[in-house]
Design a protein around this ligand. Structure first.
Ligand code: ASP
Length: 343
């Protein structure tokens, strides 16, 4: 009997190792307390041929730093909400990504940022849009969720709320990066050239937009999602994308999954992508990856490109995208990071 039990344990351990080796997910029902965290730094035309090894390493390091910040919280039993906020903050502070420092410019040459966070346990959510002075819009989104009776606040009112709650504000110069400014100038030039057709449209969609996001499952089984963005280069002042729209770019429900999207916001809003993933799981009984693919296909059908990251209540993850690349990372079973950029 004793022999049989230890044999059974060996078999189970062997089976688990095999699953990890093949990159499959092990559900929490098997491991008990599975934590999971995935992050993204935007999707678009990201081509290996146009990337230098140094640049690629910088993006990888940025994603790793975000995963490290979130994993540290999850490993000591912290909440998924704290983990996604921490991971997104790191990406907002990293000038390589289009959120916080490094955000893209509006057609007026200014920076207007959007962000949202959602707690899968309570379905509480907070979102902000048109933010110009708050260093970390995700921190403000969380404050809106926890310290106001509202879900979404925009512009001057949101910034006044930030100041009233001691949230760090900065001069808009802080967000400036030369790369984003150059991309904006290229788009402007292409627009002007459009009139006489003498110049080609030379900007890739990776230069045009981008977003950062995180989804997590903590050791209590609670899910959370957070998304933050500068939106799309040359957007009209006042334009708001999908990222801060609960159900479009950001969604979390402990009963199903947590989702953060990136891509052409207008299409993601119209297809309610993030909420779609949850609904397809809940009402159609789809797996996380089936639901994520299907919801993304809805945006694609309308003409939208992009991707999403999602984690389900069992800690499985899905990271689909329909572009040539998406900056993304997650934590492997053994606690190590997996960082990927291309298809
Ligand atoms: N979804 C973002 C927006 O439309 C941009 C992006 O993710 O690339 O604002």
């Amino acid at each position: 009997m004793v022999k049989l039990t230890s044999l059974a344990i060996h078999c189970l351990a062997f089976a688990l190792c095999g699953m990890v080796a093949h990159g499959q997910e092990i559900s929490s029902t098997m491991t008990g307390q599975k934590i999971q965290l995935a992050v993204h730094g935007g999707a678009g035309t990201i081509e290996r041929s146009k990337m230098t090894p140094e640049k690629e390493q910088e993006y990888r390091t940025g994603l790793e730093n975000a995963l490290r910040a979130g994993r540290e919280i999850l490993q000591r039993g912290g909440s998924s909400l704290d983990a996604v906020e921490a991971a997104v903050r790191v990406l907002e502070d990293d000038p390589h990504f289009n959120a916080g420092k490094g955000s893209v410019f509006t057609s007026a040459g200014k920076i207007e940022m959007d962000a949202a966070i959602m707690d899968g346990k309570t379905l509480a959510a907070g979102a902000v849009a048109g933010i110009e002075h708050v260093r970390n819009p995700i921190v403000l989104a969380r404050a809106v969720m926890e310290k106001s009776k509202h879900v979404m606040m925009v512009g001057a009112g949101a910034e006044k709320f930030a100041k009233g709650h001691g949230i760090e504000t900065v001069d808009p110069k802080y967000f400036f990066t030369q790369d984003r400014w150059d991309a904006f100038q290229k788009i402007k030039a292409a627009e002007e050239a459009g009139a006489d057709g003498s110049k080609k449209f030379i900007i890739s969609d990776a230069e045009r937009h981008g977003t950062v996001g995180a989804v997590a499952r903590d050791s209590q089984g609670n899910l959370a999602a957070a998304t933050s963005t500068g939106g799309t280069t040359n957007k009209l002042p006042g334009r708001v994308g999908d990222s801060p729209v609960i159900g479009a770019g950001t969604y979390a429900d402990n009963a199903t999954c947590a989702v953060s999207c990136t891509g052409d916001g207008e299409f993601f809003i119209r297809a309610s992508v993030a909420h779609q993933v949850s609904v397809l799981m809940e009402l159609r009984g789809m797996s996380l990856s089936e639901a994520a693919e299907r919801a993304l296909a809805q945006a694609e059908k309308l003409g939208g490109t992009g991707g999403l990251i999602a984690v389900d209540k069992n800690g499985n993850i899905a990271l689909p995208f329909n572009t040539s690349g998406m900056y993304r990372g997650h934590i492997r079973e053994d606690g190590k990071f997996v960082i990927e950029i291309y298809k």
